[in-house]
Design a protein around this ligand. Structure first.
Ligand SMILES: [Zn+2]
Length: 645
């Protein structure tokens, strides 16, 4: 299978009425420009979400204004110029097939129509209709007739279908076709079956294909995906929290599989005239590289085949910024000694506020962590500390693995109701129920007060009640005088704290901390620094020295540690997404003038510390297993490499 160094993905969905498809397309020019950017992998549309094919198909509909085999010309040029080509087909959407075969569409439950008309989702497909065989036949047709390396199948979402075929299938399988959850689950299983059939068909023709099924949660078909591609347009609806959450997680699903980091040169899908600045694209790409993800920038193909010279200039510019670090990024594996836990990904992961917040807090603290799915195969032996934010469903499998981790004498930090209910014995507490107030406070003492002022602090989130059994009562919850509500005559709006209570805010049993307050939700709500410092203090209290300890790098700097044979590489990323009106953007690279941190590397002997790629020496001092490093002044991105033995 092709291993991607630099990718490009071209979006291209063209309405039936466009009169000029392929009119000015020059496959030689296009592929020469791709080569100029140093790209070795291209994703390009063979059939779009409008149901239009761009190749000579006997099964589907070639765009009526296209007079030749556009995809074929491109495939031929890619082959000659050594560019791996993956054919894009939309799996879940197809206007043309829907208009010709309305019986192939999703039949939504009454009152559950999910999409409007002026959207690519105006028609969605039923995966149990003859569309299924039609899609597989087109895939086979392309695999047999064009030199493609594989397929990218898009939009395989759970469109809840209650057509006759699906209802009969649900009845047979024991689903309740009148319940939305059952219908969605039936569709999910139908999608998985479709992916299995596509994979089997492709493998008959391409023995070691590149194959990725998009728009279903990462990991759902992890044995069928031969690579992962993380689609994220930060200004196009995904925001700047999505990539960090996914970057920490995807690399653990199947550590041996390559992960691509897809973003657009534009601001949103369908934005033909957008061109993000180099700093903005650099940020996304450097963040991905620092997590082992290879770059995959997306462009928009003008259906006419316009020559977008300025776009290629920008893509070439960005990739030239990344390429100088190839020797340090290619083949590097991320190191992590902390795990953030989640059961498995069923569309909820990036919508989970506690998870999003935990990723942000740990990133800001420079903790080296993985986001791991407890239901998946990856072992947890490497982790010294598990973090279990509030609201996370604790499955039997997760509980069993947490117990094993604790039995090995390792640490956990857990919050809120679910942990108190499921892990009471392990945490030394008994859960006593939810608290009805709207506002909570807490006070701290001892080790927990480091860098936190001595005062009553706000939680900005819910808290629950528990009593200690064999845990230490570390800090009390402070209740408010009254609830924030209308009392019939007066608004109880201003809610001062009353007194410390005998309800614990924090408990500790050995190196197991439980917090009765939802601190991750609190940080998500207000970004209050005392909550992040508190998390830092928890970590210091239970885990011992972690792989990386921040000394004075600013909060906006992101740091990851990667390993190659004989080397430990530290990625320092300094950009700061800024809210501007209705969107959040990156314009500038930030300068970092003061950047000390410590690496704890037991068993490793540090021979040199240099800046890549120049090889300039970096100031450092060794103390036992620790090495304290002072990053030189840098802007945007720096890579510090330690030669070790
Ligand atoms: Zn159906």
């Amino acid at each position: 299978m092709h291993t991607v160094k630099y990718g490009l993905f071209y979006d291209n969905h063209t309405h039936i009425n466009n009169p000029d498809v392929g009119k000015d397309f020059d496959a030689e020019y296009f592929t020469d420009q791709i080569k100029r950017c140093g790209v070795d992998y291209l994703g390009f549309h063979a059939r779009c979400n409008q149901g239009m094919a761009y190749y000579n198909t006997k099964i589907g509909t070639r765009h009526p204004s296209l007079t030749y085999d556009l995809f074929g010309k491109l495939a031929d040029a890619c082959k000659r110029k050594d560019i791996a080509l993956v054919a894009y087909l939309n799996g879940g959407l197809s206007v043309m097939e829907s208009v010709d075969h309305p019986e192939w569409c999703t039949l939504y439950m009454p009152g559950k129509e999910m999409h409007g008309k002026v959207t690519p989702y105006c028609y969605t497909m039923c995966y149990n209709s003859p569309y299924r065989d039609h899609l597989i036949a087109m895939i086979r047709e392309i695999a047999e007739n064009y030199p493609v390396n594989g397929f990218f199948i898009d939009c395989l979402q759970n469109f809840p279908c209650v057509c006759k075929r699906c209802v009969e299938s649900m009845k047979k399988q024991g689903f309740d076709w009148s319940k939305l959850d059952d219908v969605v689950e039936h569709t999910r299983l139908s999608v998985i079956r479709l992916c299995e059939d596509i994979s089997a068909e492709v493998r008959k023709i391409i023995p070691d294909p590149m194959l990725y099924f998009n728009s279903i949660p990462f990991g759902t078909v992890r044995d069928l995906d031969t690579f992962f591609d993380c689609e994220c347009l930060p200004t196009g609806g995904w925001g700047y929290e999505f990539l960090p959450t996914m970057a920490h997680c995807i690399r653990n699903i199947r550590p041996e599989k390559q992960v691509l980091n897809m973003t657009g040169r534009f601001y949103a899908w369908g934005d033909f005239g957008g061109l993000r600045g180099a700093n903005s694209l650099d940020y996304d790409m450097f963040y991905g590289l620092a997590h082992g993800m290879r770059p995959n920038l997306a462009g928009h193909f003008h259906p006419r085949g316009d020559k977008d010279e300025a776009v290629f200039d920008r893509l070439a510019e960005v990739y030239s910024h990344l390429r100088i670090y190839d020797d340090w990024h290619i083949g590097a594996k991320n190191l992590a000694d902390v795990a953030l836990l989640y059961p498995e990904h069923r569309l909820t992961l990036h919508q989970s506020k506690p998870i999003t917040s935990a990723v942000r807090m740990l990133d800001e603290l420079k903790v080296q962590f993985d986001l791991v799915f407890s239901e998946y195969e990856k072992e947890w032996d490497q982790y010294k500390l598990l973090i279990l934010p509030e609201e996370i469903t604790i499955t039997d499998r997760m509980k069993e693995r947490i117990r094993k981790h604790l039995a090995a004498g390792k640490a956990i930090i857990a919050c809120g109701k679910n942990a108190a209910e499921a892990l009471g014995d392990e945490l030394g507490i008994t859960y006593e129920g939810e608290l009805d107030e709207t506002t909570f406070y807490f006070t701290l003492s001892g080790a927990m007060t480091e860098n936190i002022e001595q005062m009553i602090h706000s939680l900005y989130a819910r808290a629950v009640k528990a009593k200690t059994t064999d845990a230490e009562f570390v800090a009390p919850l402070v209740r408010a005088y009254y609830k924030q509500e209308w009392n019939g005559i007066f608004a109880q709006y201003y809610i001062p704290p009353d007194k410390e209570t005998d309800i614990p805010f924090l408990t500790k049993k050995q190196n197991r901390i439980w917090c009765s307050g939802d601190i991750f939700s609190g940080y998500y709500q207000r970004g209050a620094l005392h909550l992040r410092t508190l998390l830092e203090n928890y970590i210091k209290t239970v885990s011992g020295p972690l792989l990386l300890e921040n000394i004075n790098l600013p909060g906006f700097v992101r740091v990851t540690v990667q390993e190659q044979p004989g080397r430990i590489n530290v990625n320092l990323i300094a950009y700061s997404p800024e809210r501007r009106g209705e969107t959040t953007v990156v314009e500038d690279a930030m300068a970092v003038i003061d950047g000390k941190f410590r690496l704890n590397l037991p068993g490793k002997n540090v021979k040199s510390v240099t800046l890549a790629p120049s090889g300039t020496s970096v100031e450092y001092s060794v103390n036992g297993d620790s090495v304290e490093i002072t990053a030189p002044v840098f802007k945007g991105f720096a890579l510090i490499s330690l030669e070790v033995e």
